[in-house]
Design a protein around this ligand. Structure first.
Ligand code: 4AD
Ligand code: MG
Length: 526
């Protein structure tokens, strides 16, 4: 046994450190709870997000996983040694800070801490991600660290609310959760996007959707949903595609198309309302369009595919795109002016280092905005041509969806697509055999499809015909056909993509930012 009394020096100081930590931990709280402690001395455990010194005062921005808080350390009010240590503390060092809580409307999060003491836990030097902007490739390579950024944090909190709202909505509305398999032999959404898996010598793949299995469960439980990761070997590098994404899928027995649309609009409105209720601060930080989200209430717009094609090929779209081009050109001029002003300012000298850093960060941001605007200017005539020449019968392309969605201030349902463009399981419209009873829900402001759904073909012979037409191996679909043999009923459902929904709600243009560890066609970073 070690006799501690015999140990001197470092061990003693370690013990003192532990005692101090213990002492500091006694009044530990979280930044999100500071409103309960105004005027009191509390301790925050966190990381140094950013800091700035101004003579005898240091402004330390601390993050603790629940928010950000400015902590002010003043010379003379903390020990000389601590003041010096804090001054040289690198970004993302971990520490415990004790101080008195002060309410201040102007302050980040509404509260500040006047530092009385601190305990540095781990000193970080040369943290690779600075508050300046970095290229996206660098940030994705450093995703394990970039998750700590304010933007990723806000998106992560909103994603959490979206997922909570999804479960709550279905659980509170009589749906039973069914977990569908990830290994499957079925190809519900086309054989081009299957990820192969070798299942002990039997060819299998990773599921594209839980829907087919869920249909079986709907015949037992009536109203069901599944929620999990789904996989598509999408050979597209667009801002809307991941190879692994999360999808929630409800399936309902005894429902027709109108009932499905109603369910979808109530569901999406509930999600938007929950985000508005729980994440207003995050939405503000992300500069999301809160006023637009407040409009997300039923009923949504309804268009048939044929009406959508008429809009795309008509004068309205042409005028809309012309006007948009003019607006983007004006935006380009404004960005260019700002860039040259900042370049001028930065060259003029006499600036402090933090001011230079701030300008450099703004310039990186503005240049990336300029690149985006240039892409829009380049794409405008291409998209106009695609829309004008759109042929009835094709599936709507990404740019067509964008146009329709930009023309609406609320989500819009597009229904009754041509049979040839859609999946085999969709029910043929008995009043018009050329189309199916399906819908896509397009989110507004150009975000495009967030939901795809349909009534399912419930006639055995018609379904068999469609499976054969697709050249699918009938053996794998016999159990699915059985559902039409034994008590077939009208039924249907839909799938909502979590990342696309989060992208729309947060105003984040690329869905890769809406999942912690994205899987992209060209790269899996970490
Ligand atoms: O339209 P999809 O392909 O529909 C289905 O999978 C149906 N089986 C759902 C059902 O009826 N139960 O996909 C549904 C949604 C899309 O609207 C989109 O939000 C999302 O899933 N999604 C993707 N999200 C990210 N990356 C991809 N590659 C996606 N593919 C589809
Ligand atoms: Mg779809």
């Amino acid at each position: 046994m070690i006799n501690y009394r015999l140990c001197s020096g470092p061990r003693d100081s370690l013990r003192r450190t532990d005692e101090k930590k213990q002492m500091l931990n006694n009044n530990k709280t979280y930044i999100s709870k500071l409103k309960n402690n105004v005027g009191e001395e509390v301790t925050l455990n966190g990381w140094l997000y950013n800091s700035r010194a101004s003579g005898k005062i240091q402004f330390l921005i601390i993050r603790d996983g629940t928010g950000l808080c400015q902590c002010i350390a003043e010379k003379g009010k903390v020990s000389e040694q601590l003041f010096d240590e804090l001054k040289h503390l690198g970004q993302e060092s971990s520490l415990m800070v004790t101080g008195v809580v002060r309410a201040d409307e102007r302050s980040l999060g509404g509260f500040e801490l006047t530092v009385t003491d601190a305990q540095i836990i781990s000193v970080t030097t040369d943290y690779p991600i600075t508050p300046k902007s970095h290229g996206i490739d660098f940030l994705l390579k450093n995703r394990h660290l970039h998750l700590r950024s304010q933007r990723q944090w806000c998106i992560g909190k909103i994603r959490h609310t979206v997922i909570d709202a999804i479960r709550r909505f279905f659980n509170d509305n009589g749906f039973t959760l069914i977990d569908t398999p990830i290994f499957t032999a079925m190809a519900a959404e086309g054989e081009q996007t299957l990820f192969e898996a070798d299942y002990f010598g039997t060819p299998m793949h990773l599921t594209q959707t839980g829907q087919l299995h869920l249909e079986a469960a709907a015949m037992s439980f009536g109203r069901v949903y599944c929620f999990g990761p789904t996989f598509r070997a999408e050979k597209s590098k667009t801002r809307r595609h991941l190879t692994e994404f999360w999808m929630v899928e409800p399936e309902v027995a005894f429902i027709e198309l109108d009932g499905l649309l109603e369910l979808a609009e109530n569901f999406v409105s509930f999600i938007a309302a929950q985000v508005l209720q729980n994440n207003r601060g995050e939405l503000e930080t992300l500069d999301a369009d809160i006023a637009a989200l407040e409009k997300i209430k039923p009923p949504f717009y309804r268009l048939s595919y044929t009406e959508a094609v008429d809009i795309l090929t008509g004068q309205k779209t042409k005028d809309f795109l012309d006007k948009q081009l003019e607006q983007v050109k004006t935006e380009k001029k404004q960005i260019e002016t700002k860039i040259s002003e900042l370049e001028h300012k930065s060259a003029s000298g006499g600036l402090k280092q933090w001011q230079k850093d701030k300008i450099a960060a703004e310039l990186i941001e503005l240049r990336s905005e300029l690149a985006e605007v240039n892409t829009k200017i380049e794409n405008n005539p291409k998209h106009a041509k695609l829309a004008a020449e759109f042929q009835w019968g094709k599936d709507l392309g990404g740019s067509d969806e964008t146009i329709i969605s930009q023309m609406h201030d609320k989500p819009v349902f597009v229904t009754h697509y041509p049979k040839q463009a859609k999946a085999f399981y969709m029910k043929t419209d008995r009043d018009n055999e050329k189309v199916v009873l399906n819908f896509d829900l397009l989110a507004p402001a150009g975000f495009g499809e967030i939901i795809g759904g349909s009534v399912r073909e419930d006639d055995y012979d018609l379904l068999l015909e469609r499976i054969k037409e697709q050249g699918l191996n009938i053996e794998n679909y016999n159990w699915y056909l059985d559902l039409r043999k034994y008590g077939s009923v009208p039924h249907g459902g839909f799938g909502l993509g979590v990342e696309r929904t989060v992208a729309w709600l947060t105003g984040e243009p690329h869905i890769r930012q809406c999942i912690a560890f994205p899987r992209l066609m060209d790269k899996v970073y970490i």
